[in-house]
Design a protein around this ligand. Structure first.
Ligand code: IMP
Ligand code: MG
Length: 180
């Protein structure tokens, strides 16, 4: 496995572009929920920076919670399953819920999470995702708030990792072909 140095990576979205887009999404979210009770749920680890920036741009003051999901199986898309390694701790009954995720790819993880949270009596359940790889979808999920749509490539930075590397970078980069 090879981890190219940051200088070898190509910037896809720089920090200013991300900041501006996050601000726009926060405006849409503010307008939608107003003063209704809202729980914003961060999907760890990948969404941690997007979530932190997004909630600080909101004018409303939601409750915050965190989940972590793991995929088990042999790694091929058809045979793996998803489980919580950390569940949320707040009750969501009667409250609006906004899930904040880094990337939706096949949709497997989000499909699992939506089904789990649907069973808990939320007043509404929506999804904000930084990167939507919607053309790669294998499970029927769609995001309500999308930062950027992406058709191909493997990306890192701003929370996103390649084998746990690059998460802390302030911008989003493409990993060159042949590395992932
Ligand atoms: P899905 O369950 O197939 O939708 O996979 C979604 C998860 O795969 C995301 O939450 C990411 O953690 C990971 N992922 C998918 N594409 C990328 C990428 O380009 N870079 C980093 N992580 C990715
Ligand atoms: Mg993820």
């Amino acid at each position: 496995m090879m981890f190219p140095p940051v200088e070898k990576l190509r910037v896809l979205y720089d920090a200013d572009t991300i900041r501006a887009r996050v601000r726009e999404l926060a405006g849409q979210i503010d307008a939608l929920y107003g003063n209704e009770p809202l729980v914003v749920v961060c999907v760890l680890k990948g969404a941690f920076l997007f979530f932190s920036d997004l909630v600080r741009e909101l004018s409303i003051s939601p409750e915050l919670d965190f989940v972590r999901l793991a995929s088990y199986g042999n790694g091929t898309e058809s045979s793996c399953s998803v489980a919580f390694t950390k569940d949320i701790e707040l009750s969501i009954e009667g409250k609006h819920v906004l899930i904040v995720e880094d990337i939706i790819d096949s949709g497997r993880s989000m499909h699992f999470l939506l089904r789990q949270l649907e069973a808990r009596g939320a007043r509404s359940l929506r999804v904000a995702v930084l990167i939507d790889k919607r053309e790669r979808r294998k499970f029927p999920v769609r995001a309500d708030f999308v930062g950027f749509a992406l058709t191909s490539g493997f990306i890192v930075g701003y929370g996103l990792d390649y084998a746990e590397h690059y998460r802390a970078l302030p911008a989003i980069y493409c990993i060159p072909d042949g590395n992932s």
